[in-house]
Design a protein around this ligand. Sequence first.
Ligand code: FAD
Ligand code: DLZ
Ligand code: SF4
Length: 518
Amino acid sequence: RGALRLILGDHLSRDVAALDGLDREHDVVLMAEVAEEAGYVPHHKQKLVFILSAMRHFAEELRSEGIAVDYVRLDDPSTSGSFTGELTRALSRHAVDRIVVTEPGEWRVRAMMDAWAAASGLPVDIREDDRFFCSRGRFARWAEGRKAFRMEFFYREMRRETGLLMQGDKPEGGQWNYDADNRKTLSKDRVLPPRQRFAPDAITAEVMELIRQRFPDNFGDLAPFGWAVTRVDALRALDHFIADGLPSFGDVQDAMKRGEPFLYHGLISPYLNVGLLTPREVCLAAETAYRRGKVPLNAAEGFIRQVLGWREYVRGIYWREMPAYAETNALDATRPLPWFYWSGETDLACIAEVVGDTRRHAYAHHIQRLMVTGNFALLAGIRPAEIEAWYLAVYIDAFDWVELPNVHGMVMFADDGLLASKPYAASGAYIDRMSDYCGACAYDPKIKVGKGACPFNLLYWNFLAENAGRLRGNPRMAMPYRTLEAMDPARRQQILDEAHAFIDTLGASQPAVAKTRD
Ligand code: FAD
Ligand code: DLZ
Ligand code: SF4
């Protein structure tokens, strides 16, 4: 008898642990499109198309190798709609003596898996997901005994361990981090590289039709869909980025521009997260480009830090701290998510732009996520669980292990500084400096209070005032608090009153499925 090997939608790597030691004669691979996964948040339509189409392509690849794949489609009339149900049904179709699976990317699914042995009466081999640089055990050793974690120190250990951008035991170029070089603004006349898109093939077109019919009201445009859904195309996307994006990736990494959602960013997170690319190969590609003189060091280092540093760091935190992590709310933020996160209908031009990019592409780059939609949610005191559900739904690369620490920790400071040493709170001046958004806005980032004042300015001071009890003692927040305290009391009161009046205008988001404008 063989094994039933379950491959989930983010396990689409030929060398994923669950396929190790596969016996073509006796084993069966099970893949299932299930309503429960499609529905735990109202995913962007392109995210649904991407995952389901990539799953179908991966199944075809396995079949072409002579591997037996039992594939259940979302519209199969007899489907149970859940992983547990599909596993149970599959066991009645196949005579197997064990179940093999790779650990999932979500605590929720991990809890399901833990019940499978008892439910099936078969041994369940849940294998560690070894597609990361840092195992869960390795991260736990690093974190042991530390009161707060700092990415920079973790990253240096990862550099030493992997040898990436190292010269012996010294960092390449003498510095670990070249971020200071990476905060340039975009000049108006800069010509951005056209970004590669992949036309939908027949499989993707069929999935698009399924999603159009089944999820008409989910957030986001369905077409045009230009994401890669196979490893071959994902590798093409990587090559394109290394050649055309990476050379300028560092310099303007934090810039934002109207009508230009991609700039020099990699657009590779969905491929990394479902397994079409590996973190090791993308870091090696960047390092090789640097060693060949094709990209400057600040670009290669900046990119490798995101993948080897941040990506591994947030994953380590997720698995070490869950499930309690998701429940904390250090700043007691309880306001509902404004409706404009779904509709984009707001006169705050920066929010409208980022929500618009997100609706069109299921993508926004890091600074848009952190400093526009994230910053607003932090400053306005939105309930962490509501903004987390939004991020998990709307981005094509969103899986709980990576989305949650970024939103809960980095954006909302809901973990009381475990992940980041201070909240990324910023007024309109930051957005104005790093983007051209304010030029198209009803508000003025230079106006602090009164007619035309940028709401980010009002909310910024109000955020500091509301959270003084928790943040005043943070040494990294000392300067803004000194400014707040030095303000003329009448002016400060006016700012706080206007901030509250603005907050009162924010309509609450409607739950579950969001209507789009398309
Ligand atoms: P690039 O800018 O080209 O960066 C290269 C790669 O670095 C990315 O592909 C990604 O794999 C990695 N990376 C960069 N920053 C981070 C980070 N903070 N955490 C983890 N990996 C990182 N990333 C996701 O993959 N899924 C998410 O659900 C997600 N949610 C986020 C939510 C918020 C509020 C914020 C601030 C960031 C979030 N990120 C998330 C991180 C980052 O924004 C995306 O990885 C990035 O925008 C993806 O686009 P790219 O491939 O063009 O990235
Ligand atoms: C995100 C997602 C979606 C929308 N659909 C499926 C699916 O139908 N079948 C599947 O195996 N995986 C899907 N996924 C990805 C899973 O939610 C993902 O594997 C978990 O989030 C990881 O724990
Ligand atoms: Fe955003 Fe304020 Fe600039 Fe308008 S003025 S785009 S609200 S930062």
